[in-house]
Write a protein that binds this ligand. Structure first.
Ligand SMILES: *Cc1c(COP(=O)(O)O)cnc(C)c1O
Length: 360
């Protein structure tokens, strides 16, 4: 069985964890700070704040910008649920704007029609490792005085015109084991704004600016030194991991037949968190069955758009028609692209997909 995702944990990560365990400083030691500094450098920003997950990174980033009840935040309906749920956590309302069918990312041409006097922020998601059109999104945000929070949970190291994900607005990253790098569980917020960085630090630590003085409501959303040690060792391998993902994607693009393969628009570096194809003519689920029978792991990211999730329709009353996002949920299928794939694995993936599509 070729898995859809596989974290690559080496001796560096194991050694780093043992050093933390031996140090006696398990929670807030020097590694969280070292990981934050290295992560900020990777993104090309001034500040990074480590959190307990990508979801808490999004939650803290929204709070740090003062977004709350009565506010609207524009985001993509075609993403992992945390992108939108984090907006609900702060009491604001997610407003969904349909996606571009080529990139799977929020379509900037449709954003302005969704802006109201209550709109506070745009929260684009850089899905599957390809950044959203941040030049267009930043221009819209500047015109309307809106905050930009990037959900870069799938795009560590991705860039547009040389500027990395997380460097355009307030960036949020996940370090879950399936992501391009992992700390087991973990998250990171990136920003060039010292005031936002300080807000994030305070919110993740019980709203505490002075020890045991709590002037605002905060949380325990901290990262431990054990997780930071793993994340720091992984960060050193990010460029190498991403290069392997890009090479695997290039091989698949050159060899797959009969399916829609991912494209990388000019100016973008795609880091292929997922390698997502479109399967035409209602054959997606049959191809999935065929892959399963042939030992090829795959994922359907995502089978339901967020505005169609039961909680959103039944509890929140969403009743929107977003044709591109809805069509994507019926056609997408993600194939293994991770750096642990061997040449034989790649050949087996191509043989299984092409064998099905040619026979269909
Ligand atoms: C993984 C992911 C998250 C949440 O990250 P966790 O670390 O699992 O909390 C949020 N948004 C997107 C797009 C993701 O892929």
């Amino acid at each position: 069985m070729i898995p859809i995702a596989k974290p690559l944990i080496g001796d560096e990560e194991k050694q780093a964890v043992l050093e933390v365990l031996d140090s006696g400083m398990l929670a807030q030691g020097p590694r969280v700070k070292a990981f934050e500094e290295a992560f900020a450098a990777m993104c090309g920003v001034q500040h990074a704040i480590a959190t307990s997950s990508g979801t808490t990174a999004l939650h803290v980033a929204l709070l740090a910008h003062g977004i709350g009840p009565g506010d609207e935040v524009i985001t993509s309906p075609f993403t992992f649920i945390a992108s939108a749920n984090s907006i609900l956590y702060v009491g604001a309302k997610p407003v969904f704007v349909d996606i571009d069918p080529v990139t799977f990312n929020i379509d900037p041409a449709r954003i302005e029609a969704a802006i109201t006097p209550r709109t506070k922020a745009i929260l684009p998601v850089h899905l599957f490792g390809l950044m959203a059109d941040m030049e267009a999104i930043q221009a819209i945000a500047a015109r309307h005085g809106l905050v930009v929070i990037e959900d870069a949970c799938q795009s560590h190291g991705a860039s547009l015109h040389g500027k990395r994900a997380g460097a355009w607005g307030t960036g949020t990253f996940s370090l879950y084991p399936t992501k391009n790098i992992t700390s087991a569980e973990g998250g990171m917020i990136t920003t060039n704004d010292a005031r936002i960085a300080e807000n994030c630090q305070v919110i993740r630590q019980h709203g505490m600016r002075r020890r045991y003085y709590h002037d605002e409501l905060g949380f325990n959303f901290r990262m431990t030194d054990i997780h930071a040690a793993i994340g720091l060792a992984q960060l050193h391998k990010l460029e190498q991991f991403n290069a392997a993902r890009v090479a695997n994607a290039r091989y698949l693009n050159a060899n797959l037949r009969g399916v829609g393969v991912p494209t990388t628009p000019a100016g973008y570096v795609h880091v292929f968190h997922q390698y997502t194809i479109r399967v035409p003519d209602g054959q997606r689920d049959a191809l999935a069955e065929h892959l399963k029978a042939n030992g090829i792991g795959f994922g359907i990211y995502y089978p339901v758009a967020i505005h169609q999730q039961t909680y959103y329709t039944q509890q929140l009353g969403y009743n929107q028609y977003l044709p591109e996002a809805e069509r994507a949920t019926e056609e997408v299928l993600s194939l293994p692209v991770h750096p642990a794939l061997s040449p034989t694995d790649l050949e087996a993936i191509v043989a299984a997909v092409n064998g099905f599509m040619e026979g269909a």
